[in-house]
Unconditional design. Structure first.
Length: 534
């Protein structure tokens, strides 16, 4: 059996101008980066602005195993399958993370880390050069970022040459995909909106307690210049030559987990069906897609595809990660309640749901039949998906089911209203989506929420950061836990992005490498081919 990298290396790619031509995109509306990828120009966006929107399809999943369950594979395969049944479809994805490979997150995310770190440098320089704004170095909020997982950079000490009371300060690094700049890139409508949002980033407070924004440091113009090309979506292709628009890469467990508004809106104008993906389980990525992205972009999904696997359900039934490939019908029956919760949660948004049973080679017929029986019993549409092994051919049944779902009535409605307070929004999500019985707040969180209210940002959407492995904030509570408590340990304002980040459990914004990083197995042969990628 070929590995992922071997399959990719054997693919015969089409020149990207041919992929674009099938979408009605002229060659002079592309900005080429080699033969096989291109950025989509502002001229294209303007030309198609009056085209009718296609149907928006969201791909999400149940709570995964640490290995992931195939949302991206399902999304790509569904796009390929749509082409096989004669439908004009395009997939819209986040840019790929190198995290599972090298321990690098956000490595394809454009100039965002440079813009973020420029802001940090300008803030420190302002204090070094006299601190005219009176910035209190004990209340600096913006953090430097980089793409590499490195737990040693979670807490650092920085100095300013003795100019600010001669006192070094504690500082922190975050992973690029957790940067507010990444979120802003993915939520901005255009270059002007991007600049406005960058200028609104809350970076610090003064000694008198007044907020300091990026525009106060005159950093917004230069940051925008670093991102002027990055804001344009990228056109690439699947292994079968079907179109894919890729743009942005925020994580769903620590950010809002969706590709850019700009890419999704453009894809809706270019095809009859736009298939997009939200990170991790529906309790994280889908909730944020539906409550943050759709709210701001005024998007209304026509269907939701919920990816489920035998191995993830067995993991939720208590089977260790190393044993999820073994047949275990009893564990599957114990863990399948997790699927039921996700089906019900997505129905709460008023959108038709189709379960995609993503087949792995180790799945037994009995296990697959049980999941099908469970879906029927829940009154949920479903299809067996074999896109990993068969490509588009393996997703034809799923494609037909999704097209049917798109023709059903959709009465999409976010889970909370705009005018709810921060605490009300947290409670509505925690109780209606996670199933929590109670929400606890640390004193630090209470103080931070009061600051948000003081700044007049209480009515912004909330972006809850929590573990992806459980519906709760405790990764060990698998399946469909009940009567549990959620602990909010801190809150921060992403004023430029336009949401309030709520930190629960032990979630980290700077991950560390595992005991045996995947990089251990990566090498390059004498012929220059990379090996060890999965």
């Amino acid at each position: 059996m070929l590995s992922d990298i071997e399959i990719a290396q054997q693919a015969k790619l089409l020149p990207i101008k041919e992929v674009a031509s099938a979408l009605g995109i002229a060659e002079d509306e592309l900005e080429f980066y080699g033969k096989y990828k291109a950025k989509l120009s502002d001229e294209l966006s303007a030309r198609v602005a009056r085209n009718p929107d296609g149907k928006l399809i969201l791909v999400t999943a149940i709570n995964p195993t640490p290995a992931g369950e195939g949302k991206t594979t399902t999304t790509a395969g569904l796009g390929q399958a749509m082409a096989k049944i004669g439908k004009k479809a395009i997939i819209a994805l986040r840019e790929p993370s190198l995290g599972p490979v090298f321990g690098i997150k956000g490595g394809a995310a454009g100039g965002g880390y440079a813009a973020n770190n420029l802001l940090c440098a300008m803030l420190d320089n302002h204090m070094q050069q006299g601190n005219a704004l009176g910035i209190d170095q004990r209340r600096i909020l913006i953090k430097r970022c980089l793409d590499m997982n490195d737990r040693a950079l979670r807490n650092i000490i920085v100095g300013l040459g003795g100019k600010v009371n001669g006192i070094p300060r504690e500082d922190h690094f975050i992973i690029t995909v957790a940067s507010e700049v990444m979120a802003i890139l993915c939520l901005a409508d255009d270059i002007d909106d991007l600049k406005r949002r960058l200028g609104r980033i809350l970076v610090a407070y003064t000694y008198s307690g007044e907020p300091v924004y990026a525009k106060d440091l005159k950093a917004d113009g230069a940051m925008t210049a670093l991102l002027k090309d990055a804001i344009k979506p990228n056109l690439v292709q699947t292994l079968e030559g079907t179109p894919a628009v890729m743009h942005g890469g925020p994580f769903a467990n620590i950010a809002h987990g969706c590709n850019s508004v700009r890419a999704t809106k453009l894809a809706l104008k270019l095809a009859d069906y736009c298939i997009t993906e939200a990170g991790f389980g529906s309790d994280l990525g889908a909730e944020k897609f539906l409550d943050i992205k759709c709210r701001y972009a005024k998007l209304k999904p026509s269907a939701i595809v919920l990816v489920a696997t035998c191995r993830a359900l067995k993991y939720n039934g208590g089977v260790p990660k190393a044993e999820v490939s073994k047949e275990n019908l009893e564990a599957l029956k114990m863990g399948i309640a997790n699927l039921g919760v996700h089906i019900e949660n997505m129905r709460k948004y008023g959108v038709p749901v189709v379960v995609a049973i993503n087949r792995f080679g180790t799945d037994s017929d009995e296990e697959l039949k049980y999941i099908e029986w469970y879906c029927k019993n829940k009154g949920a549409d479903f299809a067996l998906s074999e896109v990993f092994s068969k490509g588009g051919e393996g997703g034809i049944e799923l494609a037909h089911k999704v097209v049917e779902a798109c023709e059903k009535p959709s009465s999409f409605m976010p889970i909370y209203p705009d005018n709810a307070t921060v605490k009300e929004k947290i409670e509505l999500i925690a109780k209606n989506i996670y199933g929590a019985a109670r929400i606890n707040y640390t004193s630090q969180a209470e103080k931070a929420i009061a600051e948000v209210q003081k700044l007049g940002a209480d009515e912004l959407p909330v972006c809850i950061a929590k573990t992806q492995y459980s519906l709760s904030d405790d990764p060990s509570l698998l399946g469909a836990p009940k009567d549990f408590e959620i602990t909010v340990r801190n809150v921060s304002l992403s004023n430029g992005a336009g949401f309030v980040v709520v930190y629960t459990g032990d979630i980290m914004t700077m991950p560390g490498l595992p005991k045996a990083p995947a990089a251990h197995s990566i090498d390059v042969n004498a012929d220059g081919k990379i090996t060890g990628l999965f």
